[in-house]
Design a protein around this ligand. Sequence first.
Ligand code: SF4
Length: 462
Amino acid sequence: MRVFLTVPPALKSHMQIPDLGLAYMATALRKQNHTVTILQAEKHGNHDDFTRALQEFRPDVLGIKTFSLEIASIRTCTEIARTLFPDIVIVLGGPHMSVIPSEESMAFFKEADFGVRGEGEIAFPRLLEVIESGSGRFEGVPGLIRRTENGIETQPSYFHRQLDDFDFPAWDLIDPRNYKDRWYFWSPEFPGAPILTSRGCPYRCTFCAQNVVNGKIIRRRSIERVLEEMELLMTRYGVVHFDFIDDNFLMDPQYVRSLCEAILARGWNVRWNCCGARLDYLDKDLVRLMDRAGCNVISVGFESGSQRVLDYMRKGIDKEGIRQKVRMITSNTSIRIMGLFILGFPTETEAETRETIRFILDLPLFLVSINTYIVMPGCEEYDRLIASGEVKPMDGSNIGLDEHVYAPRGMSLKRLGYLYNLAFFRFFLRPLTLYRILRYSWRRIPHFIDKALRKLIWQSAG
Ligand code: SF4
């Protein structure tokens, strides 16, 4: 069958990196002799390119990766596909399908034939096998959502234990050399590529749905397979920089140690970052080893500078302990730390937001990503907000960008926007920050200014 995989056009996205999820799916489908193409349309402001690409490829099956922020766009994609090709099979996967009750999502996406919860590498090819054979044996498709005479039927999410069973993502469909945008600010070397060593996270941060989307148990690829993939990317695509985008890359210090030692043993001159990491398990020896093996930047989810808020969001970190870890890393290595922060978390007071701003300025951070809290279904915080009546349930009829914007009780959106701008400008307009950034990635300055402006526009729109 001819399968068209896509990330839908997005309203606000201005960055695009190779989508590993779609490329893993493409590999799994190709193994069953399907013909696959990928269109990442997240930077497209409308559906014209999507429509054109669909008409050219003439698919039998459309697979869409779904995000809660983009459901209006996704629905438009399904309607376009159904109009152009009335018999097309439309399958929805991705985070939104995993976190929203199936009845709601299938009621909203009226043109969708199937959904998949959890990982799709096993489910999607098996679903196409059942469709092609006409056997009707859908019960053998893990995580499948389908319409039946009795309503919506849903199989439990499935997470495959042995990640090495999945072959490498279809890199030819997401060639890193075509993603100039991936050459973003904290990762200035080009071409670069994202790579996964594991999936899943055992933590229970109340604002995060990753353990619903990727499972609560960390599953790891073997170091040999990760190295093989890195080598392929270096030799075939000229990749010089990697981003380890695991949910929790630094969770297993022994694994990280072995990976670094293997990189050094091969004499590779590569640079790499790791994203959204936790520092709990790092010690001086390990960070020095990571430094020697090419680690450039660790981006860390600090989230808040208020210990009360950290405890409330069940982040499981001790603010002072983290401060020491950051200093241990920056004083013993050349690794830079980027901090991820949330302002305006539920129950947060203005005094606590200001405490976070002081924390941001006090840590020796090279970069920060500051965001205001966004209401997202699928996590514990969302359930709490619904139960307390602070926000309305998002049931498909009302879910949309405006419903995701949030300020905690006692703080107006305008005030939160002011605090956001305060944090942003106080961090980025410091001579020390500008010096650190210029030294590391002077080539990315125009991109950074563009990004900063867009972000400010986004905030004022909120
Ligand atoms: S925020 Fe990070 S550590 Fe917390 S649950 Fe999500 S992935 Fe895990």
